[in-house]
Structures are given as structure tokens and as C-alpha cells.
Design a protein around this ligand. Structure first.
Ligand code: NAP
Ligand code: MG
Length: 399
């Protein structure tokens, strides 16, 4: 095809599973390939392919993101026993996202995609709340154990250079459970840095919250490192940009978030970010109206949708139904990645295309053409619900 927009450097394209894989191909065919001479390095992270390949492809895709700088990822199945049976898997590997995040050591930023005809269920929210989720450690890298009966539980630290330090967790009078968690100063520091950089780039004030009144050492360490990074590296830049850094307790933060007007970056510890990003996405409309970007301190960026593979829709599609699955977050993953590529390569026409595609999606929804998840929330309600194919055609036409 002639007249298509050229790309200088390829994107790392990571394909995935189920309904999102179906939509992925459709987005490329209808929205991207007619306009862009798409250059990608393709990695197939479909579950069967990961299993056949002993999950090497996942690590290779993460390496490629480091090498090329920008990646775009489809949603992928995390294997479990049900999936083992469904796909005849040899092994169960960790979630690809966890593998990629561990490799890139990044922070995940999630931001709702706002449209004028869908009001957040929290009426005071005027501008989106962005969640910055720490992607390392805590309960996601825990060690846990069933305690069968009475006895002492201790944590023992054996320094590499020799010696020993121990504390008693509990003298257990009977059966119970125990869990140990950890984090690393360096990971917390790079989390804090990513958050300040994102806040400066997007001109948002930064909130961080933890529970340092109860967890004086563990959460206290998070608080201290954030404060130190702020004072030594970012205070002047933030003041010049007119944005603030604010620390409060996590319960106070939740209360303020629900009563507030939004418009800030909320840095969350790993678990808080997991839970609060679903809260923010649902209150803002739909999981399919949320972007997700992983910023690595090693200088790489990965864009994806915040939702999963939409499994139930996939089974209905397999039976021949044209489902009304919302492709917005997947499209925004592509536009985010293409826009970033354009910025790094200095290719203005590619950047403009990414912006135009985003605008076409928003205007299509605002014009009353939308999928079922949004139709339930829109005011005014649309006359008709589009299936994914009709919605993408409507966007293509507007584009
Ligand atoms: P999900 O795929 O996010 O879907 C949960 C429900 O949310 C759907 O049943 C659907 O609700 C709604 N939904 C999500 N995305 C939608 C969209 N684009 N359009 C319309 N509705 C949407 O989560 P899941 O069903 O719990 O997980 C399925 C698989 O995804 C799992 O195997 C999991 O491992 C994987 N997963 C992957 C990622 C990732 O790769 N980033 C993240 C999470 C989960 P209705 O059924 O009410 O329509
Ligand atoms: Mg979650």
C-alpha cells in the first residue's frame, strides 16, 4: 500500500489470548495497517506457545522491550489448573506480566479514559485519578506457611558475611497461618523516582500513602524513601512545575479520594495498587476504559490494557456470537506505544496518527456509538449497542 506513514524503529508487539487476541488482529487490520507501515518485532505469548516454548518467549519479549525501548502487549492468560486441563499444558509458569515486570523492574501507571457521556459513579470526580502501582515484592513475593499446632514462629536473617539476627513473630498457642514479605530499598527508590517523573511529565500532584502508624518499620521505610527521593532529587523541579508531594495514611487517602475532585497521581504499594486500580477503573466507568503503562527505570516502556482476556466473551465468540467486547483500552495501548515511538524517533506524522486514532475512538463513543459495557452507563443511553466489529468499523470510518 502506498501513502502509509513510515516507522523508523520497530515496536515490540506481544500477542496474547482469547477475546483480546481476536480484537488485537482486528485492530491491526482495520485501524492500523491501512494507515501505518507497521514495523513490529512480534512475540506470540499465546498460552499454548508459551508452554511449547518453556516460557522462553516471555523473557525474550521482555529483553526486546529493553533493547527497542517500546512495547505493546495484549492480555494473556495466567496458567492455573483449570487452564492446564483446557490447553493440555506441560507446566504452569508465572503470569507473563509478572515475568516482564520483574525483568523491567518498573512501575505500572493506570489512568481512566474519560468520555463526556459517561459520568464517574463518584460525582465529585472532575479529572481522572492516575494510579501508580509498585510492581515488586510485598505479598506478591511472599513466603507463607500453615502452622499446624503450638510453637514459636521466628524470622531469621543470616547476613552474607556471617552472623544472625532473629525476631519472634508469634508464640502460637494453636494452629494458624504465617506469612513473611519483603521489599528492597532500591526497588522502592526506583518506584518513587518513576512516580515523580510521571507526575512532572503529566503535571500532576503526587500522593503516596501507606500504614506507617502500624507498620512502623516496613511501611515507615517506604515513607522515608519517598521523602528522601523527593527532597534530594525532585523538590525543586516539583516546585517549579507547581505540583506538590503529599504523604498521608492509606485510610485517610481512601477517604480523600472518594470525597475529592481527582486529578492527581496516587502512588500505591503493590497490593493497594492492585485493589485501588480496579476501584478507580470501575468508578470511572469500565475496566475497558483504563490505560496501563509500565515505565522501567532502565528506560523502557510497555503499554497494555488494564483488563484481562475477557474469557467468557471468548467462549461466546467461539460459538459464533459477535460479542460486544470493548476494544478501547487495547486501541489505546497501541496509540500509547505508537505515540511513544514517534516521540523517541522524532516522527511527527506517526505521533499525529496516534492522537487522531484516540480522538476517533472518543468521538465515536461520545457520538453515541458504543459497546454494551458503556451503553449501560451512558447518558443519554444509545439507541443501539454495537458489537466489537461494528464499533471498530465506526472508529475506522471516523478516522
Ligand atoms: P477480565 O478478562 O478482565 O474480564 C472480567 C470481566 O470484566 C468480563 O467478564 C467482562 O464483564 C468485563 N470486561 C473486561 N474487559 C472488558 C472489555 N474489554 N469489554 C467489555 N467487558 C469487559 O478478567 P477475568 O475474566 O478475571 O480473566 C480472564 C483471563 O485474563 C484470566 O485467564 C487471567 O489470567 C487473565 N488476565 C490477564 C491480564 C493481563 O494480561 N494484563 C490481566 C487480568 C487477567 P462481563 O462478563 O460482565 O461482560
Ligand atoms: Mg487486580
Amino acid at each position: 500500500m502506498t501513502g502509509r506513514i513510515e516507522m523508523k524503529t520497530p515496536l515490540v508487539e506481544i500477542d496474547g489470548d482469547e477475546m483480546t487476541r481476536v480484537l488485537w488482529a482486528l485492530i491491526k487490520e482495520k485501524l492500523l495497517l491501512p494507515h501505518v507501515d507497521l514495523k513490529t518485532e512480534y512475540y506470540d505469548l499465546g498460552l499454548k506457545n508459551r508452554d511449547d516454548d518453556d516460557d522462553r518467549v516471555t523473557v525474550e519479549s521482555a529483553r526486546a522491550i529493553l533493547r527497542l525501548g517500546v512495547g505493546v502487549k495484549c492480555a494473556t492468560i495466567t496458567g492455573n489448573e483449570a487452564r492446564r486441563a483446557e490447553y493440555g499444558l506441560k507446566n504452569l509458569y508465572p503470569s507473563p506480566n509478572a515475568t516482564i515486570r520483574a525483568f523491567l523492574d518498573g512501575t505500572v501507571f493506570r489512568k481512566p479514559i474519560g468520555v463526556s457521556n459517561i459520568k464517574p459513579s463518584i460525582s465529585t470526580w472532575k479529572t481522572p485519578i492516575v494510579i501508580g502501582r509498585h510492581a515488586y515484592g510485598d505479598i506478591y513475593k511472599n513466603a507463607e506457611m500453615i502452622i499446624p499446632g503450638p510453637g514459636r514462629v521466628e524470622v531469621v536473617y543470616t547476613p552474607s558475611g556471617g552472623g544472625e539476627k532473629r525476631i519472634t513473630v508469634a508464640d502460637m498457642p494453636g494452629p494458624g497461618i504465617v506469612q513473611a514479605v519483603h521489599n528492597l530499598d532500591e526497588s522502592i527508590r526506583s518506584f518513587a523516582r518513576s512516580c515523580f517523573r510521571y507526575a512532572l511529565e503529566e503535571k500532576l500532584s503526587l500522593w503516596f500513602a501507606a500504614k506507617d502508624t502500624i507498620s512502623k518499620t516496613y511501611d515507615g521505610r517506604f515513607k522515608d524513601i519517598f521523602q528522601e527521593v523527593y527532597e534530594t532529587e525532585f523538590k525543586e523541579k516539583c516546585e517549579r512545575a507547581g505540583i506538590s508531594y503529599f504523604y498521608t495514611l492509606i485510610d485517610d487517602a481512601v477517604a480523600r479520594v472518594v470525597k475529592g475532585a481527582g486529578g492527581f497521581l496516587w502512588a500505591c504499594k503493590n497490593y493497594d495498587g492492585d485493589v485501588m486500580s480496579d476501584m478507580v477503573a470501575s468508578a470511572a466507568g469500565s475496566l475497558a476504559m483504563m490505560t496501563s503503562v509500565l515505565l522501567s527505570p532502565k528506560g523502557a516502556v510497555e503499554y497494555e490494557a488494564a483488563h484481562g482476556t475477557v474469557q467468557q466473551h471468548y467462549y461466546r465468540w467461539q460459538k459464533g456470537e459477535r460479542t460486544s467486547t470493548n476494544p478501547t483500552a487495547l486501541i489505546f495501548a497501541w496509540t500509547g506505544a505508537l505515540g511513544k515511538r514517534a516521540e523517541l524517533d522524532g516522527t511527527a506524522d506517526l505521533g499525529a496518527f496516534a492522537k487522531n486514532l484516540e480522538r476517533a475512538v472518543l468521538e465515536t463513543i461520545e457520538g453515541g456509538e458504543m459497546t454494551g459495557d458503556l451503553a449501560r452507563l451512558a447518558d443519554p443511553a444509545p439507541a443501539r449497542i454495537l458489537d466489537s466489529w461494528e464499533f471498530i468499523d465506526a472508529v475506522a470510518e471516523r478516522l
